[in-house]
Design a protein around this ligand. Structure first.
Ligand code: IVH
Length: 719
């Protein structure tokens, strides 16, 4: 039998019965890439092909539940179609995707007519689009001054349309085709944030239709999946599908266990003598809030003009990841009902509202090449060179593939079409490869077994892989790559923190032969630097100051900066608290080092090996004669947090923290007496869980002794 992953690859009997034959899928996928790349079409045959392409992707998405495109890419093609139809209305086919008002109607539920039809929102993508929208509103309403807008998140879940009559929830429905939806009252009633009664009558309203979005909190979704994994059940794909699927189950108790919330964002229709009393959207949200609905109260803003709207949209775009719910943009609404009425609507959209869509977080591209980089301890890191693609505001052309296991787990081949993602400030990563799109010219990625940089045919240097480590390493460095990486690491923020001396400067000085090892950093010729292109006297002086400053760094920074394998910041602090001078470590044996709390055998052996090598001791001497501090300083001395509230406990942070950075959190934990550790095991006492916590949380939940705290609960301990 053919699994869905292989649909395009194998021509089995089953695939013959599919709506799209294998070869058609390949052809349509090739066309997709062409349209995405050229983004310009003008001829009728091109138009026909584009419609076919969109139909195909709708089928993959809605019918097969196995999309081949990132959402943003579908939008790009859809917008391309809209623009060509605008220029050539005679092309428009009755089955064009633009002619369909999105519908989620199914025959499984009774169909009900909404009190007021629900149109869809037009999209905008940048500040200029929003300014055009504002100009259009002013024109339509004949207002010359500023317009007030309410801006609120565009929740990424499933629409719910609720009717309250005589203060009682009498019906719940999906959006359906906008005019009529599926009646899902029983399921809706399981959603705890939807009140079963609401005193609309206090406002003179006897019947009201309100709209909102059913949505699942990201952390609840993760916890739910962790639970399912524990029970060996199939995992849910994402919060949105889980919410929309939950609304439409035939069994309300299944809806109930999905932890669905509902944000209510609009009174769509109202009857009763009070119905006309509400004069604007901002007021309607306040009323809904007072009636007990979950509304976007803290998330929305009444903006006095379009500049404020744009600023607010951008602020939210930046904090999108930290928000507990999935949102894919903002919705900008003219607040005044009178002006809404004046602006009116088209057959598809209200003219008084606009969605501002955030930049796509995901995109597909091609894995063109894998290059290998050598790190400071000889670690070989594979890096994918991909077809450059715009992703959440930056162009991505290189992505780390981490190690050999990652390549195997993700089943990556050269020339594969891959899905990549970049969430917030997080560096891009490969989500998956589309095995079903392979055409036969893809090649297996063979991770090298000899150093790809140092080796030559006659003289191969075999890579080594330590037990329990994912990385392959080059054991000897003859090309200088490791020295270069060591220097880049030495000057970095966490190590010697030499301000202004970034990777590119170290690379340049290395290329010029000025830097061979880290001690050369303290023997630079600043006159020569000042003459370099792009430098000048002032920058040379600034660099000199930063380098001078680093000479007085505490010992633990230097120890960490030496780049000894496995010697992290914490171990560097433990050592510097024990010794008076860096060279003292040369007198410690493996056993003695291991007696120190938290120092394991691997690190102890690495340290002893490092300090046994004469060239390393000479390096320390050269650093010292260059003026670098090798002595224990005040800040290296041990601090006593042993009576803190978390004394004796081990702690680990996972997921995205909202209130502080990871490092800050670890520092707070230390000051409370806890010890930060890096993995979930039986030795872990506390796991602090931020947004999007993943495998660590799942693992911790399986260990009964681990106490799981939210970020807020952790902060409360500090008081
Ligand atoms: S207002 C005229 N506000 O976005 C339509 N919609 O096409 C009035 N959505 O699926 C919709 N958050 O459920 C509005 N704050 C918000 C929203 C929102 C999400 C969804 C809505 C529908 C789509 C609108």
């Amino acid at each position: 039998m053919c699994c869905s992953q292989d649909l395009i690859n194998c021509e089995s009997k089953e695939s013959q019965t599919l709506k799209y034959k294998v070869k058609d899928q390949k052809r349509l996928n090739d066309l997709t890439r062409q349209f995405l790349e050229s983004q310009s079409i003008s001829t009728k045959p091109d138009y026909e092909s584009l419609v076919d392409v969109l139909h195909f992707h709708e089928w993959r998405y809605y019918v097969k539940d196995d999309p081949l495109l990132a959402d943003g890419e579908y939008d790009t093609l859809f917008n391309l179609l809209k623009s060509i139809e605008k220029e050539n209305p005679n092309f428009i086919r009755v089955d064009s995707p633009t002619q369909r008002v999105g519908s989620d109607l199914s025959s499984d539920f009774p169909t009900v007519i909404h009190m007021s039809p629900m149109l869809s929102l037009p999209n905008s993508y940048n500040g200029d689009d929003l300014r055009d929208f504002d100009k259009q509103i002013k024109k339509l309403t004949a207002v010359e001054g500023d317009i007030e807008y309410v801006v609120e998140p565009k929740f990424d879940g499933g629409t719910v349309v609720l009717i309250y009559e005589d203060d009682t929830l009498i019906r719940g429905a999906t959006r359906g085709n906008g005019t009529a939806g599926d009646e899902i009252t029983h399921n809706i009633k399981t959603i705890k944030s939807i009140p079963l009664t609401a005193h609309f009558s206090d406002h003179g309203i006897m019947k009201a239709e309100v709209r909102g979005e059913a949505i699942i909190r990201k952390d609840r979704f993760d916890a739910m999946n962790a639970e399912r994994e524990k029970k060996g059940e199939v995992l849910f794909a994402n919060p949105r599908n889980t919410a929309t699927g939950g609304l439409r189950t035939k069994n309300p108790s299944e809806t109930a266990v999905r932890n669905i919330d509902a944000f209510i964002y609009q009174i769509a229709a109202a009857e009763g003598e009070g119905a006309d009393q509400i004069s604007n959207h901002a007021e309607s949200i306040k009323i809904l809030d007072s009636l007990g609905f979950k509304v976007p109260r803290n998330e929305s803003k009444l903006c006095v003009n379009i500049d404020e709207v744009i600023e607010y949209c951008k602020t939210w775009e930046a904090k999108r990841e930290a928000y507990p719910y999935e949102i894919d943009g903002m919705v900008v609404k003219v607040s005044s009902y009178l002006l809404q009425q004046k602006a009116g609507e088209t057959s598809h959209h209200p003219r008084w509202a606009m969605a501002y869509k955030f930049k796509a977080k995901q995109a597909t591209t091609t894995l063109e090449q894998v290059v290998y980089q050598v790190g400071k301890i000889g670690t070989i890191t594979p890096v994918a060179k991909v077809r450059p693609v715009a992703l959440a505001g930056v162009t991505v052309s290189s992505i780390s593939l981490h190690n050999e296991d990652f390549i195997n787990q993700k089943d990556l081949y050269l020339n594969d079409t891959i899905l990549i993602e970049r969430a917030g400030d997080v560096i891009p990563y490969v989500v998956k490869s589309f095995a079903e799109l392979r055409k036969g010219h893809e090649k297996k990625i063979n991770f090298p077994k000899t150093c790809p940089i140092n080796s030559n045919q006659e003289n191969p240097i075999n890579l080594v892989r330590d037990e329990n480590e994912a990385a392959w390493r080059c054991p000897t460095c003859v090309c200088g790559s490791q020295d270069l990486q060591r220097m880049i690491f030495f000057v970095s923020k966490d190590a010697m923190n030499i301000d202004g001396m970034g990777k590119s400067i170290v690379e340049k000085f290395h290329e010029l032969g000025w830097l061979r090892d880290i001690s050369d950093i303290y023997n630079l010729n600043y006159e020569k630097i000042a003459q370099l292109e792009g430098f000048g006297e002032r920058s040379a002086e600034k660099l000199q100051k930063a380098i001078e400053k680093s000479k007085a760094n505490p010992l633990h920074r230097l120890l960490f900066g030496l780049g000894i394998h496995h010697l992290g910041q914490r171990a560097a602090k433990i050592f510097s608290a024990e010794i008076k001078h860096a060279r003292d470590l040369a007198n410690w044996s493996i056993d003695q080092l291991q007696e120190l709390k938290d120092i394991g055998p691997v690190l102890a052996r690495n340290v002893v090996e490092w300090f046994t090598e004469a060239k390393n001791i000479e390096l320390l001497d050269r650093l010292e004669s260059g003026g670098v501090n090798l002595l224990q300083t005040e800040s290296d001395m041990p601090k006593d947090f042993s009576d803190g509230p978390l004394a004796g406990k081990t702690i680990l942070f996972t997921g995205t923290l909202k209130h502080m950075g990871r490092k800050e959190a670890q520092k707070i934990a230390e000051e409370l007496g806890a010890k930060n550790i890096s993995a979930v095991s039986k030795n872990l006492n506390i796991l602090v869980v931020g947004e999007k916590a993943g495998s660590k949380l799942k693992k911790a939940e399986k260990i009964q002794t681990v106490e799981i705290l939210t970020e807020e609960e952790f902060l409360k301990i500090r008081g």
